[in-house]
Design a protein around this ligand. Structure first.
Ligand SMILES: [Cu+2]
Length: 391
C-alpha cells in the first residue's frame, strides 16, 4: 500500500471514496479495506463499519469515514496522544544578567512518516517529527536555537513573535538567510510577547517547505501564568500526498483520525486549554468546532482576557492560532473537528472522552496513556498561576 495514494488518486477521488462511493483501491489506500493492520483492543473505531449512533464508545465514530488499522507510531518516532503534552523546555540555565536561557538543538532531516494507516508521506522535518518540538518558555526568556541542516535542501527557522531582523529566519539579506545543507545557524532572541505562536521554515517555495512538515508550536507563558488547566497543543495540518497543489489527508498533529481512534481523556468539569495552531497550506482557512459545548477563545493567545466568549466554532487563516478554553458539564464521548466538512471526512476529527474522576485512570489506560501523561498535561506551564497578578 506504500505510495499508493499519490499515483492513483486525486483529492476528489479520495473524497468520493470516503463518502461511500468507494472504489476498492481508494478504500484500501486510506486503510478502509483489506490488508490493514488491526486496531489494538480498547480503541475507538475498529472494524465494525457502522459507527454512527452506536451507544458503545468503542463502536462510535463519524459515519463511515474512520480509517481501519493503526499507524506505527514507533516507526514515526512520535505518538499524537503524547505529542499533545510534549512540552520542550530546552536546556535551562541562567545568564549573568539573571535572564533565563533556554537552549535547543534543531536538525532538519528528511523522513518518511505514516499519516494514515498505510499512507506514507516524504516529510521534511525538524528533529524527525511533524510537527517539530513544542518550544515552551516564559515571556522574557532568552531562546537560543542552534539549527543544523542535515537535509538536501536549504531551510530556515522563522519564529513568530517580536525579535530583531537578523533573527527572522528568511532569505532576505540581513534576515539570517538560508541555511544550506551541512551548515548551521544559531537563532537567539528574547521571547515576546506571551501567546500561542509558531515557527516554520521560510525557504522558497514557502508553501512547499511549510507543507512538507517544517513547523511547530512556540508557546510563551505570561509571567504570571494562566489559571491551572489540562493543556494540549494541537497543530492542525494536512498533506498533499500526490503533489498536485491540494491536500489529500487532514489531521491534528499529523495522523488522520488518531484522536477518533484513541479518544483524548478529560475529567468532568476540569478546565481544558488548547493551544491551537493552523499550518494548512493550499486551503485558505481551517476551523475548530467543539461538540455539545461552548468555549472561550484568545486570538493569538496574546491577551489574558478572551477575545471571543461562549462560541463553539472558530476560524483560523493560514498561520493563525489561538487558545481555546472549556469545561465539560456532562460525561460522555464528544467529537471535535473543523466545520469544513471535507477536512473532517479526510482525517481531521477526534473525540474527547469525558469521564468522572474515579473513571479517569481507566480512560487513560484504554488509550495507552499513564499518570505521567496526566501530570504533563496538568503541569505544562513554565509559570505557576499567581492568582491573576502578572509580574
Ligand atoms: Cu525548508
Amino acid at each position: 500500500m506504500r505510495s499508493f495514494l499519490p499515483k492513483l488518486f486525486s483529492r476528489r477521488q479520495v473524497l468520493r471514496s470516503l463518502g461511500g462511493v468507494a472504489s476498492v483501491a481508494g478504500a484500501a489506500a486510506l486503510g478502509l479495506g483489506q490488508g490493514s493492520k488491526p486496531a489494538p483492543q480498547g480503541e475507538v473505531g475498529g472494524h465494525s463499519g457502522h459507527y454512527m449512533g452506536a451507544a458503545d464508545p468503542k463502536q462510535m465514530g463519524h459515519g463511515n469515514n474512520l480509517t481501519v488499522g493503526a499507524v506505527d507510531h514507533q516507526a514515526n518516532g512520535f505518538d499524537p496522544l503524547r505529542l499533545l503534552v510534549d512540552w520542550d523546555y530546552g536546556k535551562v540555565s541562567t545568564l549573568p544578567s539573571g535572564q533565563t536561557l533556554r537552549e535547543y538543538e534543531f536538525v532538519a532531516q528528511e523522513k518518511e512518516i505514516e499519516i494514515a494507516p498505510g499512507v506514507f508521506f516524504p516529510a521534511w522535518t525538524y528533529n524527525g517529527r511533524v510537527p517539530g518540538p513544542t518550544i515552551r518558555c516564559t515571556e522574557g526568556d532568552r531562546i537560543r536555537v542552534r539549527f543544523t541542516n542535515s537535509s538536501s535542501h536549504p531551510h530556515t527557522i522563522h519564529f513568530h513573535g517580536i525579535h530583531p531582523a537578523e533573527m527572522d529566519g528568511t532569505p532576505l539579506p540581513g534576515n539570517g538567510g538560508l541555511v544550506q545543507p551541512g551548515q548551521s545557524f544559531t537563532y537567539e532572541f528574547t521571547a515576546e510577547p506571551f501567546g500561542c505562536h509558531l515557527y516554520h521554515c521560510h525557504s522558497l517555495s514557502l508553501k512547499r517547505h511549510i507543507h512538507k512538515g517544517m513547523y511547530g508550536a512556540f508557546v510563551v507563558d505570561p509571567k504570571g501564568g494562566r489559571p491551572p488547566a489540562r493543556e494540549f497543543v494541537m497543530v492542525m495540518n494536512a498533506f498533499d500526498t500526490n503533489f498536485d497543489g491540494g491536500n489529500e489527508v487532514y489531521a491534528v498533529n499529523s495522523v488522520a483520525f488518531e484522536y477518533a481512534r484513541r479518544a483524548i481523556p478529560l475529567k468532568l468539569g476540569e478546565l481544558v486549554r488548547i493551544y491551537l495552531i493552523n499550518v494548512l497550506e493550499f486551503d485558505l482557512i481551517n476551523t475548530f468546532h467543539l461538540h455539545a459545548n461552548m468555549f472561550d477563545y484568545y486570538d493569538h493567545g496574546t491577551t489574558l482576557e478572551p477575545t471571543l466568549r461562549r462560541v463553539d466554532t472558530i476560524s483560523q487563516v493560514q498561520g493563525q492560532r489561538g487558545i481555546v478554553e472549556f469545561r465539560y458539564k456532562f460525561p460522555g464521548m464528544y467529537m471535535f473537528h473543523p466545520h469544513v466538512s471535507e477536512f473532517t471526512e479526510l482525517g481531521w476529527m477526534g473525540h474527547f472522552n469525558v469521564v468522572r474522576p474515579e473513571d479517569f485512570a481507566e480512560a487513560l489506560q484504554s488509550v495507552g496513556l499513564d499518570a505521567a501523561w496526566d501530570q504533563k498535561s496538568l503541569q505544562g506551564s513554565t509559570v505557576p498561576w499567581k492568582g491573576g497578578e502578572q509580574a
